[in-house]
Design a binder for this molecule. Structure first.
Ligand SMILES: [Zn+2]
Length: 88
């Protein structure tokens, strides 16, 4: 399970240990012991900076209204929360 967050300046990436300054984004991912994403509650929360999230496939750019927007959501979740506009 993923939660996109905004750093308040007091968090570090759990993977590369680099500081995440305000107001950069990061993502909290619940993972099991093997580092696999846990979809329900449980597992341990791991913080990923944008770079590490991209490497692991937790973050990607999506084009919304002509702008590239960073998203931490899975494709299935995006289609629910961000419906594509109807083509004329
Ligand atoms: Zn990192």
């Amino acid at each position: 399970m993923r939660r996109g967050c905004l750093s308040v300046g007091t968090v570090d990436c759990d993977v590369c240990k680099s500081h995440i300054p305000y107001p950069e984004r990061y993502v909290m991912v619940d993972e099991d012991d093997k580092g696999e994403e846990v979809l329900e509650k449980g597992g341990k929360s791991v913080r990923y900076c944008v770079e590490c999230a991209k490497k692991k496939g937790y973050a990607r750019y999506k084009e919304i209204k002509g702008e590239m927007v960073l998203t931490f959501l899975r494709e299935s979740e995006c289609s629910i929360t961000e419906p594509l506009p109807d083509k004329p």
